[in-house]
Design a protein around this ligand. Structure first.
Ligand code: PRP
Length: 177
C-alpha cells in the first residue's frame, strides 16, 4: 500500500470484477444501439479504459475535461469545461462515464448540457458514489457506494498525485490538512 494512504477500500480484483459486471449490463441494455461513451477527464480515464474493454458490443468514444475541484479537496461549485467534447451528440445514446459522484454537480450540469445539445438519451455510469448528494442525479450503472472520506487511486487524485494507483484508498488526513 502507498505510504500516504490510511487504508485500501477497493482492491484491484474487486474493481475488476465490478467493472466486468457493469460492462455486461451495458452490453445487454444497448445491444441494438451503438452507444457513445463519454469519458469525463481526468478522473474517469482508468475506469473508462477498463470499462470499454468489458463491453462486448460496438461503442463510440468521446472525451471531455471537466473540473470543479481545482487542487483542493472540496467542490468549488462551478463546473469548468477545460477541454471541449469533439464528438457530435445529436441523436446519440450517450453514457457518461465518471469516476466519482460527490455533490452531483458535475453530472447534473453536464447531462443537461448534452440533452440541450440534442443527445437522444443520457445515462450515467459511475464507479464510486458518496452518500450525500446536493444535486440529485439518476445513476443507471454504479460500481460502489463509499463513505464520505477523501479517496484517491484508480484515476482519482489529490493535487494530481495518486491517479495511477491500481486500487482505491483513503488518503491520510495529514497529507491534505
Ligand atoms: C472530480 C471527479 C468528478 C467530480 C465529482 O473531478 O472526477 O468529475 O469531481 O464531484 P461532484 O459530484 O461534486 O461534481 P475534479 O473536479 O477533481 O477533476 P479531475 O477529474 O480532473 O480530477
Amino acid at each position: 500500500m502507498h505510504k500516504d494512504l490510511e487504508e485500501i477500500i477497493l482492491h484491484e480484483a474487486e474493481i475488476e470484477q465490478r467493472v466486468k459486471e457493469l460492462g455486461d449490463a451495458i452490453a445487454k441494455d444497448y445491444k441494438c444501439q451503438e452507444p457513445l461513451l463519454i469519458c469525463i477527464l481526468r478522473g474517469a480515464v482508468i475506469f473508462f479504459a477498463d470499462l470499454c474493454r468489458a463491453i462486448d458490443i460496438p461503442v463510440q468514444m468521446g472525451f471531455v475535461s471537466l473540473s470543479s475541484y481545482k487542487d483542493g479537496t472540496s467542490s468549488t461549485g462551478n463546473v469548468e469545461e477545460r477541454q471541449k467534447l469533439m464528438a457530435d451528440v445529436k441523436g446519440k445514446a450517450v453514457i457518461l462515464v465518471e469516476d466519482i459522484i460527490d455533490t452531483g454537480l458535475t453530472l447534473k450540469d453536464y447531462s443537461q448540457n448534452l440533452l440541450d445539445r440534442g443527445a437522444e438519451s443520457v445515462e450515467i455510469c459511475c464507479l464510486l458514489k458518496k452518500p450525500e448528494q446536493v444535486h440529485n442525479v439518476d445513476v443507471q450503472y454504479q460500481g460502489f457506494d463509499i463513505e464520505n472520506r477523501f479517496v484517491v487511486g484508480y484515476g482519482l487524485d489529490y493535487a494530481e498525485q495518486y491517479r495511477n494507483l491500481p486500487y482505491v484508498g483513503i488518503l491520510k488526513k495529514e497529507i491534505y490538512s
